[in-house]
Design a protein around this ligand. Sequence first.
Ligand SMILES: Cc1ncc(COP(=O)(O)O)c(C=O)c1O
Length: 391
Amino acid sequence: MKFSERILRVQPSQTLVITAKAAELRRKGIDVIGFGAGEPDFDTPDFVKEAAIKALKEGKTKYTPAAGIPELREGIAKRLKEKNNIDYSPSEVVVTPGAKMALYEVFAILLNPGDEVIVPAPYWVSYTEQIKLCDGKPVIVEMSEENGFVLTADLVKEAITEKTKALVLNTPSNPTGAVIPKSELEKIAEVCLENNVMIISDECYEEFCYDEEHVSIASLSKEVRDITFTVNAFSKAYSMTGWRIGWVAAPEEYIKKINIIQSQTISNPTSFAQYGALAALEDKGKFPAMMKEEFRKRRDYIVDEFRSIEGITVPTPKGAFYVFPNISAYIKGDIKNDIDFTTYLLEEAKVAVVPGSAFGKEGYIRLSYATSMENIKEGMRRIKEALKKLQ
Ligand SMILES: Cc1ncc(COP(=O)(O)O)c(C=O)c1O
């Protein structure tokens, strides 16, 4: 066999497949409205760009420490205290090339072959594949639409075995927008503490919470902090997806191991991008607050539109910038599953959306409303027209 068993276990990102299909149609001159992209449609703020340009001009273009420049580690630790109310020292923070790499590194330092990681579904596409890349076993627990796709402590408890090493939490969630309330996080933390299960808390969308406050699970107590990896990034909050700057915060013994991976693989996150991130920290959340108000309007519009379509149900997404409607009423005749449904929408309505099965939940679709209101209005008009033909 030419390839490692490890790579043969892993699938490419499904969200990128639909983006590629839509791009192909666009190349043919067809006007496709894309709801696939998981990134804000705003430009990176100028003050961030200027800080990176200044760093370039000052010659900050060389290797940095593997864990990131000390100012940024300090700034992130300070932010984690001020915004998230968690005590981390700068030595308990590592700057990573985005949250994606941060998560991969966490799985890499924790998992032995066969170790189980609980992944609540619908899940963000990369968790399961990264766990498999690190020889672990993703154990899927199904969250329900009736409960707004909110994870409960009971679901976690039922999934725990003696092989369970960790639980992945993603609040607010991609793809559902669900936000786990503090009362449930407390119960989940209790279950993890009792069963010696580590918590990997992906908080990439924390700036976009519309109806409920974001709570970091590590802020609940010192004991919970000590079993948690708090993962976040500048990608979504500062519209810096291409910059590749994120972080993990955790007790120092874990951070030291992540530093070993960084020093032997990436060497360091890009030097001048780190200076841009430093400027983003100084903004203290003003830029994401502006985006949030815009996203809120779009969310309200798109949810109302879906609810006006016969047969479709959709829980109100309380955070992030995604909606996850249930389209199972339209799975009939030639449309055998949600993938056929998304193909129908692409071909008939020229609208690109992602099938729920890419996130481990069939019968649903995911739309990102990180696109202009004009696109959303036209996209919804087309979807409604195409679905009328199926009714
Ligand atoms: C839930 C979640 N975690 C992590 C990431 C990756 O973020 P980054 O671009 O910082 O690597 C994404 C990006 O789509 C995401 O949706």
